[in-house]
Ligand binder design. Structure first.
Ligand SMILES: Cc1cc2nc3c(=O)[nH]c(=O)nc-3n(C[C@H](O)[C@H](O)[C@H](O)COP(=O)(O)O)c2cc1C
Length: 354
């Protein structure tokens, strides 16, 4: 029997297999409300057999959106629209998760199909914020440095978003602390040059993330899992690195975090990244081993065999697929067939199961 199609129990939640759909922004929402596109996009991947569906970066405040078209959960009115989606995902035997996010200095951008650049001199643009007034790249707008009071409001926004996520039917929250967004900006000394309690030493740079974890844990049931996605390295000397990631993960584990979704990069616009099949898996492996915690591996994992080998090698406990799932929503069902695993197909599609 494959590990890929073995269940994974996290607290009171059991995933039917080890395949998760990686969170992927669709840039298709209006005023934060997920809509038919999100229902069909996420729903199709639940129909396709993934055990876990992680909905895209969901803004905890409007100014935390990457683009004006991101989904959000900053007001109670959003709950109903999310609930429609989580109910459908569950009806397909999959578990629904939401990635809670704040884009910080990488907010207020256009859609990728319009170039993805910062919105400037645009009615839809807004003032971006960050740990320090350091633009992401030359020509990018300068973020306003968050005050201590602003930071408290960010922590509160994550907490309120977690409360709403529960009401919206999500069973897992993933805190987005990767890819150069706000929480990662605080972690990295290259983007965080504060001189107060939130900058400088390692303990100060990790403070905001730990406060967010505490605030969410205060309202998120202890029976439900909590994930954190990190970028395990900035791929830049003097930046956030694997060693600091491992120290952080040990602290996250003590706070009850269940799984580290291990990605890399995003904070340094011109980082040199050795992109290759499974290029981030070794980070998941090191964090799993040194941090004694479950990990998710992500990044150019594109075949069932490759996914199985990562699990067999004990490099990770969960396999996240992104672009492969855009090409093939039915990858999990096809992979099961390849492994002769007799998984349940949707009744309506059973004639396709040969
Ligand atoms: C269209 C698209 C949108 C993405 N949006 C997010 C996101 O909302 N949150 C996130 O953490 N990563 C996001 N990512 C990164 C993916 O989750 C994943 O980590 C990355 O694509 C590498 O995995 P892959 O090689 O399987 O695609 C996005 C990737 C794509 C292609």
């Amino acid at each position: 029997m494959s590990i890929l199609f073995s269940p994974l129990t996290l607290k009171s939640v059991t995933l039917k297999n080890r395949i998760a759909i990686s969170p992927m922004c669709q840039y298709s929402a209006k005023d934060g409300f997920p809509n038919d596109w999100h229902l069909v996009h996420l729903g199709s991947r639940a129909v396709g057999g993934a055990g876990l569906i992680i909905a895209e970066a969901c803004a905890v405040v409007p100014e935390g959106r990457i683009s004006p078209f991101d989904i959000g959960i900053w007001k109670d009115e959003h709950i109903e629209a999310h609930l429609r989606i989580t109910k459908f995902i569950e009806s397909q035997g999959a578990i629904s998760a939401l990635q809670l996010a704040h884009a910080g200095r990488k907010a207020s951008c256009d859609t990728p199909w319009n170039g993805g650049g910062y919105l400037q001199n645009d009615v839809n643009a807004w003032q971006i914020v960050g740990p320090s007034s350091i633009p992401f790249k030359p020509g990018a707008p300068t973020p306003n440095e968050l005050t201590i009071e602003d930071i408290k409001q960010v922590v509160l926004a994550f907490q309120l978003a977690a409360e709403r996520s529960l009401k919206a039917g999500y069973k897992i929250i993933e805190i987005h602390a990767a890819h150069g967004y706000l929480l990662h900006q605080f972690l990295s000394p290259l983007s965080n040059q504060r001189t107060d309690d939130y900058g400088g030493s390692f303990e100060n740079r990790v403070r905001l993330l730990l406060e967010v974890v505490d605030a969410i844990s205060a309202v998120w049931p202890s029976t439900l899992p909590l994930f954190v996605r990190i970028s395990a390295t900035d791929w830049r000397d003097g930046g956030w690195d694997l060693e600091e990631s491992i120290e952080l993960v040990k602290m996250l584990k003590l706070k009850g975090v269940d799984l580290i979704d291990t990605s890399t990069a995003g904070n340094i616009f011109d980082a040199q990244i050795p992109v290759a099949p499974g290029y981030q898996v070794n980070f998941a492996k090191a964090i799993k081993k040194e941090g004694s915690i479950l990990t998710g591996a992500v990044g150019l994992i594109t075949s069932a065999q490759q996914a199985e080998e990562i699990l067999q090698d004990a490099s990770a406990d969960l396999i996240l697929i992104g672009r492969l799932a855009l090409r093939d929503p039915y990858f999990p069902l096809n992979a099961a067939k390849q492994f002769n695993e007799n998984v349940k197909w949707p009744l309506q599609y059973e004639r396709g199961k040969i």
